[in-house]
Design a protein. Structure first.
Length: 1042
């Protein structure tokens, strides 16, 4: 904390929104810089299509203007788990806010789903015009309960809806103070953070006016503009213009944001909220005293001199009374500041008045101005309001550099609501951040995921474009943001690149070899496979030793621990200093090969763990089992290295021998062996290794080839796992009796049995003696791992074990990867490691945060590309008989559902019951069709809707189906069977009782619900009466001011 900080600072770490014209936050800033108005002017054809009468269109006071937001009828319902039917019922304001909430948190890097990080939601939306004008009294929605309608549209449901769908566990608070709602939400979020009620706070609002597309009628003395332009603080201003949109910010305590490397856009130094009380001319009028008080209170909390504030984003509605009062209040709060020192503006001149979202829209504009160090222009203010004369404020019509006022750049934001609730926020530019530690050179793994393949492709395209536009972005920060701060979905993409420019080029070519995609499965975890002797080559791990500190530290430790047991430094064999080539011949000596392989595999496993790979099981081949046992805690690292050194030395001292790889199962090849040859390993279902005396092995090879059996001599000096190793056993047993052995802490596959290593085996020295001599049961071990759905990763040089594993039929569809190149050139080792991690993640293996990203920063990147589809109930056209076409289609799709009032034959044919159930599902879920085995809940059903399904079936078929039937039989076929089972007794009743008595309907659970009562009252109004009540309410609002 610096000397100028109070400890109460709040960082703005995320911004999101959708604004008139369809732009996001970046587009909003371009709009601000260009001074471009995005208010829509409706054509006569558009007005007619929206249902405006010819008389209204021709009225001289009709103004065909509104800050319209396109595609408010569209929503990515499937992404959030809604059925089409439910999505159509939800207020579009809430749908809009939900998508923007996801984007804001994702852009901030705080959509990880960490249950220990409390994320609060402070949200506002306006009363639902969708409910009033589209859903009430709509015959297409007769099957929808009143409670469902209220729940889907009540503005109080907004924050809890967001908290539920995004799994946010901090406070979820609905805020309603009219036009100031979203900025009040920011203030409450600040308080929640300072009180430590949450660690991250999402605050903002959404507004969509319905019916839309018509403009408004100008009324002299009202708040709406005469010409459809909003000109705050201009002498020509005649009022405001409405607009639709959403604006959200993500907030954190500044200290936390600094610690975690968050993208800090600006800092809230202080905020305040109050109410005018009765000190004003009327309820809807603004008040000078209240505005002065709230501005001063925020400045006092921020501990700033108003003379250091360079820009004020005003409420600025462009109304005569509103602008006069705001200028008087600002002048009083900034008393003593030099004339013209502070710039003044309002985003409403560009996008209109976004109602409850207006405050945060202005806040975002001010944050971006501070971030870019630009005083934003107000191009429509060409004749300054007389109230500006001689005061501390000016209105600039072109962008200007931020002035030096003797303090960090500061701005302020005001928002005032009808009814008198005022909010004011003081902002400061983000503090200078210490340079991040230089990222280690080398390739980086970039990951993307989406719910479906099309969304994944759109995400790839957007990220490619973003990186192409910002080629200097630190790729380590990009990789950290993509992998460590976002939710993961089944459809996945990975690529490995060395720079943002390189990544952009790779991502732009989806068919290139450097971009991999896949559909993640659900593996039990990853099992690491450690290869044995024969996989080694000179220089293995050399690149990793030079570029990866974790690998180097682990290998150095192994080399130092091995010094007493070897006659040379192991590093001279693997990674000699300078340009000296690594030794090759010596590495084929068993006494050196085994320690070298152990050290490389152990160091590589440590690197993978550091990079976020957490093994669920371990296995090895011969020597490799020692690496697995060490990582599982059976051996300490010093004891494991000492044991491997003794093992290698003793095995090298045995007589020379040969080994042969044979394409036959182990049991078949065993029947063909002479006494001096043994089965050394069962490697795959049809691949074995035998070993023994050289002459006998050679003769066996010749005999096998004569029989048409493929075989290959292995490059080795000894006959491992054969009788020729018996001479090593006594001394090795003596050594093992001196080594403490512990039960494994991770599952390890035994080479001796092909099953899980038991605690008794792991702690028995004789087991490890047998492991040297007995055949390696690798094939059985792989079969065990694949049967339990493990992904497999070979950790060591080459691809021998991965190749063996892929020969198992069970490996089809499983993820099997390698981590080091198979050749003798280690140039691509770092790429191989990153690629292996990426392929495991593609297959569904969870990766923990990369410890190498410690100190990396989150950077704003393109957010999830929602696949929006139309989910909409059109309003009933009062001047046109019949249903609009979309509603007619809804009704036609359910026309065959039996009338609940009509009696039906109990115990009817099961096929008839199935058809009834299917049609009811189609209607209530809002889907085109369902199959007999489709799961109700996977189609977007929920418990409330399930009770309606059961009730409809009960009414239609006259069968007393229990309320919980949908949970026990969640498919149409299952429910049809349940109906048939309940109806069966009726078949044995006398003919006179053949008609089942309809089940009595239980009284509605919401019979005493005040929301239901309110809805019933509103529904009881005629359309004419309802329209009149709404008109009177709006007339009262317009005669006030905002």
């Amino acid at each position: 904390m610096t000397e100028q900080e109070t400890g109460l600072e709040i960082a703005v770490v995320g911004l999101a929104g959708r604004f008139p014209g369809g732009g996001d936050v970046d587009e909003l800033w371009r709009t601000v810089l260009a001074g471009r108005e995005t208010i829509t002017r409706f054509t006569p054809a558009e007005l007619a299509a929206a249902g405006l009468s010819e008389a209204d269109r021709a009225h001289p006071d009709h103004v065909p203007a509104h800050g319209a937001l396109p595609e408010v009828d569209r929503f990515d319902a499937a992404f959030f788990g809604y059925s089409p039917r439910d999505a159509r019922l939800i207020d579009p304001q809430q749908r809009l806010f939900l998508e923007c909430a996801w984007a804001a948190l994702e852009r901030s890097g705080h959509l990880t789903g960490d249950p220990d990080r409390l994320v609060g939601v402070y949200a506002a939306c306006a009363a639902s015009g969708y409910l009033l004008h589209h859903l009430f009294r709509n015959p297409a929605l007769d099957a929808v309960s009143e409670y469902e309608l209220m729940l889907a549209n009540d503005k109080d449901s907004l924050p809890t809806r967001v908290a539920y769908h995004l799994d946010l566990r901090g406070p979820a608070v609905a805020v309603q103070t009219a036009c100031s709602s979203s900025l009040v939400a920011v203030h409450l979020a600040v308080q929640g953070l300072l009180a430590r009620e949450c660690d991250v706070a999402l605050a903002g609002g959404a507004h969509v006016r319905l019916p839309g597309g018509t403009g408004y009628r100008y009324e002299p003395g009202g708040i709406m503009s005469r010409d459809g332009h909003c000109r705050p603080f201009d002498a020509r201003a005649t009022g405001t213009v409405g607009g639709d949109g959403a604006a959200l910010v993500v907030l954190r305590r500044l200290a936390d944001a600094r610690r975690d490397g968050d993208p800090i856009h600006a800092v809230i130094r202080g905020s305040a909220v109050n109410n005018d009380g009765r000190v004003k001319v009327g309820f809807t009028a603004p008040g000078v005293d209240g505005q002065v008080a709230v501005i001063r209170a925020a400045q006092q909390v921020a501990e700033v001199d108003p003379a250091t504030i360079g820009y004020v984003e005003a409420h600025g509605t462009g109304t005569d009374l509103g602008d006069q009062i705001e200028l008087r209040a600002l002048g009083e709060a900034f008393r003593g500041v030099a004339p013209g020192r502070c710039a003044l503006g309002s985003v409403k001149s560009l996008v209109g008045h976004l109602d409850v979202a207006a405050g945060v829209t202005g806040l975002i504009k001010a944050v971006l101005a501070l971030q870019h160090r630009v005083v934003p222009p107000s191009p429509y203010c060409t004749e300054p309001h007389p109230g500006l004369a001689g005061g501390p404020f000016r209105v600039n019509t072109a962008p200007l550099p931020w002035p030096d006022l003797g303090a960090p750049p500061r701005a302020a934001v005001s928002s005032f609501g009808i009814g008198g609730t005022n909010a004011h926020v003081v902002l400061e530019a983000a503090p200078a951040v210490a340079p991040a530690a230089p990222a280690p050179e080398g390739p980086r793994l970039l990951v993307l995921s989406a719910r479906d393949a099309d969304a994944l492709d759109r995400a790839r395209t957007r990220l490619a474009a973003h990186l192409a536009e910002q080629p200097d972005l630190p790729l380590a920060d990009v990789a950290h943001t993509l992998r460590g701060t976002r939710r993961e979905f089944p459809h996945r993409l990975v690529t490995v690149a060395g720079s943002a420019k390189e990544a952009a080029a790779q991502l732009a070519d989806p068919d290139g070899a450097l971009v991999r995609t896949g559909l993640a499965g659900e593996p039990a975890g990853v099992a690491l496979l450690f290869p044995g002797q024969g996989a080694q080559y000179a220089g293995m791990g050399g690149t990793l030793y030079r570029t990866e500190p974790v690998y180097r530290a682990a290998l150095d430790r192994c080399a130092e621990l091995l010094r007493p047991h070897l006659d040379r430094d192991l590093r001279a064999l693997l990674c000699p200093p300078g340009d000296a080539p690594p030794a090759s011949g010596e590495l084929d000596e068993t006494r050196l090969t085994q320690p070298a392989l152990f050290a490389v595999e152990y160091a590589l496993a440590e690197l993978l763990r550091h990079r976020g790979l957490r093994p669920a099981a371990l296995a090895g081949h011969s020597l490799g089992e020692y690496v697995a046992a060490c990582l599982a805690g059976v051996f300490t690292l010093p004891d494991a290295l000492a044991t491997v050194a003794v093992r290698g030395r003793l095995m090298q001292a045995q007589p020379a021998g040969s080994m042969l790889s044979v394409e036959l199962p182990a049991d078949e090849v065993a029947a063909l062996l002479p006494p001096s040859v043994s089965v050394a390993a069962a490697n795959a279902p049809r691949l074995s290794t035998v070993s023994g005396e050289p002459a006998a092995v050679a003769a066996l090879a010749a005999a096998l080839r004569e029989r048409g059996v493929a075989c290959r001599e292995l490059r080795t000096s000894h006959a491992f796992h054969s009788a020729l190793m018996d001479g090593a056993l006594p001394a090795f047993a003596a050594h093992l009796r001196t080594v403490p052995l512990r039960p494994p802490t991770l599952p390890v596959v035994s080479n001796v049995t092909g099953r899980w290593l038991t605690d008794a085996e792991a702690t028995d020295p004789d087991y490890w003696v047998r492991q040297l001599r007995r055949p390696v049961a690798f094939s059985a071990g792989v079969e065990l791992l694949l049967a339990q759905r493990y992904a497999l990763a070979e950790v060591g040089p080459g691809r021998t074990l991965a190749t063996l594993a892929r020969q198992h039929p069970a490996a089809r569809g499983s993820t099997v990867v390698t981590t080091l190149p198979a050749d003798r050139s280690p140039a691509g080792e770092d790429v191989a490691v990153a690629t292996a991690l990426g392929r495991l993640w593609l297959g569904g293996v969870a990766l923990a945060p990369d410890a190498a990203d410690g100190g990396r920063r989150r950077v704003p990147l393109p957010t999830y590309p929602f696949a929006r589809q139309r989910h909409w109930v059109d309003p009933l056209a009062s001047s046109t008989p019949g249903l609009p076409s979309a509603l007619a289609q809804v009704r036609a799709s359910t026309a065959g559902v039996p009338d609940p009032a009509a009696p039906s034959t109990a115990g009817g044919d099961r096929d008839d019951a199935y058809e009834v159930v299917r049609r009811i599902w189609v209607e209530l879920l809002g889907v085109d069709d369902v199959g007999p085995h489709d799961d109700f809940f996977e189609l977007g059903g929920h418990s409330l809707l399930g009770t309606r399904v059961v009730a409809r079936i009960r009414d239609a078929l006259g069968v007393d189906l229990p309320p919980g039937a949908i949970f026990e039989s969640p498919t149409p076929a299952g429910l049809a069977r349940a109906v048939a089972a309940l109806a069966a007794p009726a078949a044995h009743e006398p003919a006179g009782d053949a008609l089942a008595t309809p089940a009595p309907r239980a009284p509605a659970d919401d019979a005493d619900d005040p929301l239901t009562d309110l809805l019933a009252e509103i529904r009881a109004l005629s359309p004419e009466r309802l329209a009149r009540e709404l008109h009177l309410a709006r007339h009262e609002e317009r005669n006030g001011d905002v």
